[in-house]
Ligand binder design. Sequence first.
Ligand SMILES: Nc1ncnc2c1ncn2[C@@H]1O[C@H](COP(=O)(O)OP(=O)(O)O)[C@@H](O)[C@H]1O
Ligand SMILES: N[C@@H](CC(=O)OP(=O)(O)O)C(=O)O
Length: 541
Amino acid sequence: MLAARSSAAAAASDAATNGALVNGTAGPNPWVIMKFGGTSVGTAERMSQVAEIIKDTAASRRPVAVLSAMSSYKKSEGTTSRLLDSTTLLLPPNPPRSWSHLVEAIERDHLAAVRGGVSEPEEREKCEEMVKAELARLRGFLEAAETIGEITPRSRDIVISAGEKLSALIFTSVLRSRGVPALYVNLERVVDKQFGDGNGGGVDQGFYDYVAKRLGDLVRVVEEGCVPVLTGYLGPVPGSILTTIGRGYTDLTAALCAVGIGAEELQIWKEVDGIFTADPRKVPLARLLPYISPEEAAELTYYGSEVIHPFTMEQVIRASIPIRIKNTFHPAGRGTVVLPGPDSEARAAALEECFSAPHVGPDGSPLPTHRPSRRHATAVTIKDNVTVLNVHSNRKSVSHGFFAHIFRTLDRHGIVVDLISTSEVHVSMALGPNVKEANLKGALSDLKRLGTVDVIADMAILSLVGRLMRHMVGIAGRMFSVLAQHNVNIEMISQGASEINISCVIEQNRAAEALKAVHDACVLAIGYEDGLDEVDVETTV
Ligand SMILES: Nc1ncnc2c1ncn2[C@@H]1O[C@H](COP(=O)(O)OP(=O)(O)O)[C@@H](O)[C@H]1O
Ligand SMILES: N[C@@H](CC(=O)OP(=O)(O)O)C(=O)O
């Protein structure tokens, strides 16, 4: 065990909401919450691999599986993306049932998973029926929305919930047909509807505490030896799951379950060996980080390395539960650990353990790892498809009025700012890839009353992250001189108050080259063997 476990919540009282639960007593084995991403459960073969991982874990711990919707190829073409596209295609002026080919593709992939993954004939037949019934409900809902000619955020949530229901249903049968007792737990009603509709459309810690308790209560009464399989979709979240939490919400569901049940560990299973110093698909020299601090992991996820949903970290870490990121296709790998808690001897020992034994890659060869120092940053990341918005004041109001007006306008149009840099009369803001064109248009016409406004599309945010960077003199200089050597023009610069992140906005078409160059120079320090000057302060790794 890596760290102290959080205290278990009160015993189950209202678990009956999920009629199928089996009453039982808590056993001595510690709980572990295992979240599997869409690509990890994207086919029958992968589901079978995941079932083996659960089976192994069940020998010494009580696993709870939390599943995302299946992505057979990649997330952008996965079930959730198809479902979201359907909600757009059902609106005018598209011809009737323009979405039907997408539901057919979903049906094809899921039935193939049932037929290939559920070996036991009776279980397979039952599962196929349930899958078809879920798809019939989905088609009925899409038809109704098409007739009305409208889709609200809440109805969009209902549509995407089908993805997690289907994957969890099928996976439960895969487990059962392999001799592992399992229980499908549909969370679509776990949030009381009144709570979901209330709260002014927002969520606060009170909401998360409420959901964590509900999940803990549901799972705790499942008989020992039976694996609860939870839908990563989490009912009517205030304001809608997509707008309030966003894509990747399954990580948060798993985190809240870990908190509610007082799990020993939260495991996030992906198709990479853990968190790397940069996206390993883009940077050939990227190394595995055996340990990363919660703050660094949060910065990385906010700025493009979506290995864990950003909201996940805070919930688990405040409950002192460690997170481990592991590779579904290489379960023997030790992965990356995010350790909670203040510095202590136990924590220091756990941290040393992350670095002590060698890490081995899927092919058995040593996996290069990275341990940040005062000479090496931790990681670098890119957020693609960013838009820069520059507002230059016409000086008709004092500066604080100017800033207040800008943020009120952006808030009214639902626009989130990722990065900002200002002078008294000029504000530059980088907006993330999800900003909607119509919202931006509305905001622009309002902002023009304040002064000159211009928009630069096709940009990217490059962020260098490191918990020890606040003690490095010259790291920013190194980052920007490397970018200059590669002729990368910098549109905007920002350093967070935490001093663990230096970010800049560059042109999208230079992003790949810039990422590699900054990684090699500032993380691996290749070509900078002399190191940096250090500020003489006590730090812990
Ligand atoms: N710093 C990083 N470390 C590891 N993976 C990263 C990093 N930055 C981006 N990635 C990318 O994140 C992806 C991990 O998600 P994946 O397992 O595909 O998602 P899902 O959980 O949705 O199935 C990988 O494809 C990887 O290339
Ligand atoms: N299926 C949802 C939620 C999710 O958590 O996805 P993943 O675990 O594959 O990132 C999505 O695609 O956004």
